[in-house]
Write a protein that binds this ligand. Structure first.
Ligand code: EPS
Length: 375
C-alpha cells in the first residue's frame, strides 16, 4: 500500500493517490470528511480554517462505496485559491505579489530557499505548509476503515500544551471523549489552563506546541518483523510520526523514562490468561522486537510551537541581507488538535501498510480470512 501526495497550500487543490488497496473495502466518505473537519478545528487555530471546508472528492478507485482494487485518487479543493490565483496559477502570473523574504526561524524558508535555488520563500512554504496534511488525514481515514474491518481501532488525545501536561492514565475506551473537547484533552482542569495560556500567547503574538498520545487497540501480534531493521514496526511508526510537520520527538510505550529505570521495573512480565499469553503491564507500548505483541500500541509525539509568530523573531532578509523581524504571516497560535488527528492518520496508514504486506489479499474477503487465522 502506498500514498503519493501533491498540492500547494494556496494552489488549486491537494491531491492524493493510494495504491494497493484490496477490492470490496467499504469506503464511507462521511467518515473521511468527519476526520478532515477534526483537522480543521480545535482551540487556537488561525483565519484560514474559516475559509476552508475540506471535503474529499474521490476521482477513481471506488464504485458504489466499494474499492475496485485500482488506485484510489482523490482531491481536496482549496477554497482560498480564488484569492491567490493571480499569483499562484500554473499559467503566467504575477509572482511579485505575496513574496516572503524575511525568513522565519524554525520554518523551512531559509534552508529551502538555498536548496532549491529560489529567492521567494513562497516557493518553499507553499509545499512545506501543514496544509498538506489534509491529504494524509484523508488517506489515514481510508486506512482506518481497512483496519476497522479487522477489528483494529486507532485513537488518541492531547496530553499536553506548552508545558501544561496531563499525567493521568487512561483506558482506550476513555479516549473517544477527547474529540468533543476544545483542545482534545481529557482533563477539564488542564484543558482550561491550556486555553487560558493560548489566549495569553495570542495576545503576545506567540505560539504553542504540545504532546499527543496515539493508541492502537485490537491489533493481533506479529506485525512488523525482528528479522530486518527496515521492517521493525516501532521504527516505521516513529518515522511516520516524525514525518509530520513540527514533530520533534517520538516515544513508544514508556519511552525515555525506561532509560532511567532498572530492567525489573521496565519489562512486561508474561503470564497465561484463558489459555493465551498476556503481559502484566504494557511498558513496551505493544511492540517488542519490532513486532506488535497484541497489547495496545502506545505512541507519543512532541510538537514544537508553530514557527510563524505574529510578533516576529530576529532574522535576516534573504534578498537584502539586512537584519529584520521575521514575516508574521496569518497563522495558528496552536494546532495541537490538528496534530492529534494527523498523527492518528499517519499511524493508521503505516499499520495498514504493515498489515497488507503480511496478509496480501486481492479482495477484503481474503484479507479477513487470513487475519482470522492469525494468533
Ligand atoms: C494550514 C493552513 C495554513 C496555516 C497552516 C496550516 O493556512 P494559511 O497559511 O493560508 O493561513 O494555517 O500552515 C502552516 C502552519 C504553515 O507553516 O504554512 C492547514 O490547513 O493546516
Amino acid at each position: 500500500m502506498k500514498l503519493t501526495t501533491a498540492g500547494e497550500s494556496h494552489g488549486k487543490a491537494l491531491v492524493g493517490i493510494i495504491e494497493g488497496l484490496p477490492s470490496n473495502l467499504t469506503i464511507d466518505c462521511a467518515l473521511i470528511n468527519a476526520d478532515l473537519a477534526l483537522r480543521q478545528g480545535g482551540y487556537g487555530r488561525g483565519g484560514r480554517q474559516k475559509i476552508e471546508r475540506d471535503r474529499i472528492e474521490i476521482l477513481s478507485g471506488v464504485r458504489n462505496m466499494l474499492t475496485l482494487g485500482s488506485p484510489l485518487a482523490f482531491q481536496i479543493v482549496n477554497a482560498d485559491y480564488k484569492n491567490w490565483e493571480s499569483c499562484m496559477s500554473a499559467d503566467a502570473c504575477d509572482v511579485t505579489q505575496r513574496t516572503l523574504t524575511k525568513v522565519r526561524p524554525g520554518h523551512a524558508d531559509l534552508t529551502g530557499l538555498i536548496k532549491f535555488g529560489q529567492t521567494d520563500a513562497r516557493n518553499i512554504l507553499e509545499r512545506a505548509s501543514a496544509r498538506e496534511t489534509a491529504v494524509r488525514v484523508a488517506a489515514g481515514s481510508v486506512a482506518k476503515q481497512y483496519l476497522s474491518a479487522l477489528g483494529v481501532q486507532v485513537g488518541g488525545y492531547v496530553k499536553g500544551v506548552c508545558g501544561i501536561e496531563d499525567d493521568s492514565e487512561y483506558k482506550f475506551s476513555d479516549l473517544a471523549a477527547a474529540k468533543s473537547s476544545p483542545l482534545f484533552m481529557l482533563s477539564k482542569e488542564k484543558e482550561e489552563a491550556a486555553m487560558r495560556l493560548i489566549d495569553e500567547l495570542r495576545e503576545k503574538g506567540d505560539t504553542a506546541g504540545g504532546v499527543v498520545e496515539i493508541r492502537v487497540h485490537g491489533l493481533k501480534s506479529g506485525f512488523g518483523s525482528c528479522m530486518t531493521y527496515g521492517e521493525k514496526l516501532d521504527g516505521r511508526l516513529a518515522g511516520a510520526l516524525m514525518g509530520v510537520q513540527a514533530i520533534k520527538g517520538v516515544e513508544v510505550g514508556m519511552g525515555f523514562k525506561a532509560a532511567a529505570l532498572p530492567g525489573s521495573k521496565v519489562h512486561d512480565e508474561i503470564y497465561r490468561k484463558n489459555g493465551a499469553f498476556a503481559r502484566m503491564t504494557n511498558n513496551a507500548g505493544g511492540i517488542e522486537g519490532g513486532m506488535s505483541n497484541g497489547e495496545d500500541i502506545i505512541l507519543r509525539a512532541a510538537m514544537k510551537p508553530i514557527p510563524t509568530l505574529m510578533k516576529g523573531l530576529n532574522t535576516v532578509d534573504f534578498v537584502t541581507g539586512e537584519p529584520c523581524m521575521a514575516a508574521g504571516e496569518r497563522s495558528d497560535v496552536a494546532a495541537i488538535c490538528a496534530c492529534e488527528i494527523i498523527l492518528e492518520s499517519v499511524a493508521a496508514f503505516t499499520l495498514a501498510q504493515a498489515v497488507s504486506e503480511r496478509l496480501g489479499g486481492d479482495n477484503m474477503a481474503q484479507v479477513l480470512e487470513r487475519y482470522e487465522k492469525l494468533y
